[in-house]
Design a protein around this ligand. Structure first.
Ligand code: NAD
Length: 434
């Protein structure tokens, strides 16, 4: 991928977009079409992967454009049902390019295994005994995951946390390399628990990963020149200042921060799902991290830089894999990963973080200026048109009409569609009579 700017992409047909995307990525368009047409998984495979299957459930697979990350261009695969998420993220990523794109870094892919111990009588002595045996515990942990160790990962350290009332929790920090790591970490937790209980003199409780993956954070920054923020007669300064005020609102108020972070997660989840990752794990980690200081806070904040630019900072945990889990059995996930062009789980986390920041920027830019509804409603109008039965070109016509009337409702769409069908029926009767 040399350039993720694909001007006019949105105006093309689905087939044309596939051709352009395949060309841009250097992949075979037939392979791409096959994977995208089937939705990535057949019913027989689904029946083997979860219980009580009765069918399949589809969502749109789209491409987020314009992402430039650490000097490289990426197409972001996005699976999402909500109108305007893809357009908004692509548009914001284009604005960020004016300042050189996104810059991101990640921690090592460290996940946390938790082993709970109850009825520990002497917490200080237990802690000392556990720390003295760190190497033995790590060796035992690594023996349980040889496949991971061969690939350069494995248990790295232990930590002991006193939760009071005789409850001690031991964390084993595990480098999961390119796997999300939940199963690997759970295996380790169960393997080392008996030794840990023996050393500490307590009773074994839970043995499972923590989804608060705060050792596996991604940090994204972007600096946007103020001129790039100007639009529709508004100065860049006024847009920038509105975005910064919106950020401060979220920093002060959990009610606003929840919605602010929902905007971040619009982009995050779409790429997480498109790459076959566990979005519940990502969501749990994101919100626990947002509340880590005892108050729910925004994952992405905006300030004015020394040169007057708009500076964004996003930090959050992202436990993602490019191997393991359901990736190997889902053709759409494999295609999403291939299209993203990432070579490691850490690189995927950086890309996902960028799309989260782009989604947040797009929402704040709209909120701080026209309000969210103007841009959103035209796109939402299409969904409403489809819901009342519009198909093909009818969708655009019905959507445009109800949007222009300022009445994006099912009733208005039904009405517009009925009139359109009546007119085209009359026309075809007329034509038929010639
Ligand atoms: P996994 O069980 O498939 O393990 C990853 C496998 O990939 C290992 O066998 C590993 O050896 C191998 N591997 C190959 N190349 C690798 C590389 N380069 N780096 C690392 N490993 C490599 O998957 P997982 O990642 O351990 O677990 C993820 C799954 O666990 C997801 O499906 C998730 O939904 C599920 N899960 C989540 C939770 C939770 O989040 N609370 C709990 C249980 C299970």
């Amino acid at each position: 991928m040399t350039n993720s700017r694909l001007p006019g992409f949105y105006k093309l047909s689905v087939e044309e977009r596939r051709r352009v995307a395949a060309q841009a990525l250097g992949v075979d368009v037939a392979d791409l079409s096959r994977a995208l047409s089937s939705g990535g998984m057949d019913c027989a495979t689904a029946d083997k992967s979860v219980e009580n299957v009765i069918g399949m459930y589809s969502l749109p697979f789209a491409l987020g454009l314009n992402v430039q990350l650490n000097g490289r261009d990426y197409l972001a695969p996005m699976v999402v049902e909500e109108a305007s998420v893809v357009a908004a993220a692509s548009n914001a990523a284009r604005i960020v390019r004016a300042g050189g794109g996104f810059h991101a870094e990640t921690d090592a892919p460290i996940m946390i295994a938790q082993v709970q111990l109850d009825d520990v009588r002497d917490v200080a002595a237990a802690t000392a005994a556990l720390l003295a045996e760190t190497e033995t515990i790590l060796a035992e942990a690594n023996a349980a995951v040889p496949g991971l160790v061969v690939r350069g990962g494995g248990a790295r350290a232990i930590e002991v946390r006193d939760l009071g009332d005789g409850m001690l929790v031991v964390h084993v920090l595990v480098d999961c390399r390119d796997a999300m790591g939940a199963n690997l970490v759970n295996t380790i937790a169960e393997e080392v628990a008996p030794r840990i209980a023996h050393l500490a003199g307590g009773r074994i409780g839970l043995r499972i990963l923590s989804n608060l993956a705060d050792r596996r954070c991604v940090r994204v920054t972007a600096s946007i020149p103020v001129e790039a923020l100007a639009f529709e007669g508004r100065s860049g300064e006024s847009v920038r200042d509105g975005i910064v005020r919106a950020s401060r609102f979220a920093e002060k108020d959990p009610y606003r921060a929840a919605t602010h972070n929902k905007g971040v997660m619009n982009g995050i989840d779409a790429v997480v799902i498109a790459t076959g990752n566990d979005w519940r794990a990502v969501e749990a980690g994101a919100h626990a991290y947002a509340a880590r200081n005892g108050k729910y806070e925004p994952l992405c904040t905006w300030r004015i830089g020394d040169d007057g630019s708009l500076v964004g900072e996003l930090a959050m945990p992202l436990s993602l894999g490019i191997v393991g889990g359901s990736i190997r059995i889902h053709g759409g996930a494999r295609l999403g990963l291939e299209m993203s062009g990432v070579q490691s789980a850490s690189e995927l986390a950086m890309l996902v973080g960028c799309v989260g920041m782009a989604s947040n920027l797009a929402a704040l830019r709209a909120l701080a200026t026209d309000g969210i509804q103007r841009g959103h409603m035209l796109l939402h109008a299409r969904t409403v048109a489809i819901a009342v039965g519009a198909r093909g070109e009818q969708v655009e016509h019905v959507a445009a009409e109800i949007h222009a009337r300022g009445n994006v409702t099912l009733d208005a769409a039904r009405d517009a569609l009925a009139r359109m069908v009546a007119v085209s029926g009359a026309l075809s009767v007329g034509l038929g009579g010639e």
